[in-house]
Design a protein around this ligand. Structure first.
Ligand SMILES: CCCCCCCCCCCCC/C=C/[C@@H](O)[C@H](COP(=O)(O)O)NC(=O)CCCCC
Ligand SMILES: Nc1ncnc2c1ncn2[C@@H]1O[C@H](COP(=O)(O)OP(=O)(O)O)[C@@H](O)[C@H]1O
Ligand SMILES: [Ca+2]
Length: 526
């Protein structure tokens, strides 16, 4: 506090007690003068001294001159501010700021300072506002998409009651679109939205809704930069706009794994103060065709089957995943195929190193600076050519690629607790065929502190690219049925006919790509 030069220092009242209030460019602090006097001469240790409070300027949401009739902070009742000229409470301003509550949860708290002099009150309001205006990473204008059907169908209510009032308090202007169909937000972002008007896009919904918005923005960015999304060789351009997530879905893993909670108010406050976190995006291709991007889970087998089954039970809301989870677990299906991958090299840690990625994580920082160096040296493709692919064939209950931890309320550590948010890699988890009981043990470890990778039938690799092809595609009589124009039921019956001799079952799962089903099983991911 002492090191920064003071901008203001006054004696003001808070709840009828006199405080010394100081402001510098980093911190607003208020100290109870009587308590401070009592403690004079005695050193008080600890983060917050008795009767003292402070808030970093970057966590102030807004400052407002207090009107005559305003709800009182403590009682919540409406009261008249006293009018007597001698009353030190005659003029007042309220500072709204971030307060940390339970783990990773934020709340918008406030404190009202009273002063007898109106010009002093105005000076405080103006000076704090000037300091806030210097914080250039804060958004001023946002484009908000609400999925009214996600999760428990409370997206609009959550936005209207919990988020819109704090955005308005922070003087953020918003254009709000309540979606009318699936892919409405994606298409609007891709082709229509005037993105120059906004500092960011806000997604009110679950992982599927986030995925829509991310697809809209990423595709728009590639279109404008002339990058062909179908090409696996081209480097994608990063998006200029940030996406804020207000959780209102069923799993909300993208929000939980980045923010640390699935609380809408916490998310809104992070958006207001301009916090940001880069995020890895996998592109998923089938041959020369781009299919989708993934940021959280790309899962085949168990999670693909859970999703496929749960889509028919959407009316149940988030509970559909529990019902489909149990049903899929009991069916105990396994799938054969080949997984090939390029292991990540360098100092990118390991999926079992017990590190937890956080904003400012050293592994992610190192990875992005390594990428910059290789880009400048134009050596990326050369280096990649020398890489050797690891090939694993087998029978799998689940093949999961977690590009982030995938932590969510169902699994607070996530599918891969040490996965990094922005290191350019994904953690590839192979769960081989095992007994039901063993698989149950593995699944249950996602919900407690035990290591879910510590099983003989589970392998985990940190990779930068991988491919999967289901078993039937590996037979000698490799016929590309799709190219020969065969579709649907005929496609399957033709596989069965042609593959009777080699004995392979055309039994396939679907890929669950951030909660959406992919139309192909053979995929290439980078
Ligand atoms: C029998 C005990 C089972 C306990 C298993 C617990 C494991 C939970 C791991 C959850 C990982 C979630 C990864 C995230 C996936 C989401 O992208 C996806 C879509 O989310 P949303 O759009 O918000 O609906 N959610 C799922 O695929 C649900 C998986 C649930 C599996 C039980
Ligand atoms: N207005 C709408 N009507 C129907 N579906 C929609 C609408 N808006 C978005 N969607 C789709 O709903 C799906 C699920 O959305 P999401 O918000 O992730 O909820 P949940 O977490 O419950 O799956 C997404 O695939 C998204 O494309
Ligand atoms: Ca990653």
């Amino acid at each position: 506090m002492e090191k920064q030069s003071r901008l203001l220092c006054s004696e003001l009242c808070v709840q009828r007690r006199l405080y010394e209030v100081t402001l510098n460019c980093a911190i607003l602090a208020w100290k109870d003068i009587q308590i401070a006097k009592k403690h004079t001469g005695r050193a008080i240790y600890g983060a917050v001294k008795a009767g003292s409070s402070c808030v970093p300027v970057c966590e102030i949401i807004a400052v407002q001159e207090k009107d005559d009739d305003t709800p009182c902070k403590n009682t919540g009742k409406w009261q008249k501010v006293p009018q007597s000229p001698a009353d030190p409470c005659q003029h007042a301003f309220t500072v709204f700021y971030v307060e940390r509550t339970r783990q990773h949860c934020w709340w918008c708290s406030n404190v009202t300072f009273h002063c007898s002099d109106h010009s002093l009150c105005l000076l405080w309001v103006q000076t704090i506002r000037e300091q806030l205006a210097l914080l250039t990473n804060r958004p001023k204008s946002l484009l908000v998409y609400i999925n009214p059907y996600g999760g428990k169908q409370r997206g609009k209510q959550i936005y209207d009651h919990k988020v819109a009032p704090i955005f308005s308090r922070a003087s953020i202007s918003t254009d709000v679109i309540v979606t009318e169909r699936a892919n409405h937000a994606r298409d609007h972002l891709k082709t229509e939205a005037d993105l120059k008007k906004y500092d960011g896009v806000v997604c009110v919904g679950g992982d599927g809704m986030f995925s829509e918005i991310m697809h809209g923005l990423v595709s728009r960015t590639q279109q404008e930069a002339g990058v062909d999304e179908n090409s696996m060789e081209e480097t994608l351009m990063p998006c200029g706009l940030r996406i804020g997530i207000i959780p209102a879905g069923s799993t909300d893993c993208i929000c939980y794994a980045t923010v640390g909670s699935n609380d809408p108010v916490t998310s809104a406050l992070h958006i207001i103060v301009g916090d940001s976190q880069a995020m890895d995006i996998c592109s998923v291709h089938n041959e020369d065709r781009f299919l989708r991007y993934s940021v959280s889970l790309l899962g085949y087998g168990f999670y693909g089957d859970v999703l496929t089954d749960s889509e028919r039970k959407r009316w149940m809301g988030p509970a559909r995943y529990d019902i489909s989870g149990v049903k899929t677990f009991l069916s105990h299906r396994y799938y054969e195929g080949t997984v090939s991958f390029l292991p990540a090299e360098g100092n990118l840690g390991s999926p079992r190193d017990k590190m937890q990625c956080r904003t400012g994580c050293s592994v992610c920082r190192q990875s992005s600076s390594d990428k910059l160096v290789s880009k400048n040296e134009d050596s990326v493709s050369d280096a990649e050519c020398q890489d050797t692919w690891t090939v694993i064939r087998g029978k799998f209950l689940a093949i999961n690629a977690a590009s982030m931890s995938c932590a969510c309320p169902r699994s607070p550590k996530g599918l891969s607790p040490s996965a990094h948010l922005a290191d350019g890699t994904t953690d590839l988890i192979l769960v081989r065929k095992c007994s039901r009981l063993d698989f149950l043990r593995h699944l249950l470890r996602h919900t407690n502190k035990d290591d879910q990778f510590d099983h003989s039938f589970v392998e985990v690799y940190r990779v930068k690219q991988f491919r999967f092809s289901p078993r039937y595609q590996e037979c000698d009589s490799e016929v590309d049925l799709r190219e020969s124009g065969v579709t649907g039921k005929r496609f399957l019956s033709q596989i069965c006919r042609e593959h009777r001799a080699c004995g392979c079952m055309p039994s396939q799962s679907n890929w669950n790509c951030d909660g959406e089903i992919l139309p192909h099983t053979a995929i290439q991911v980078r």
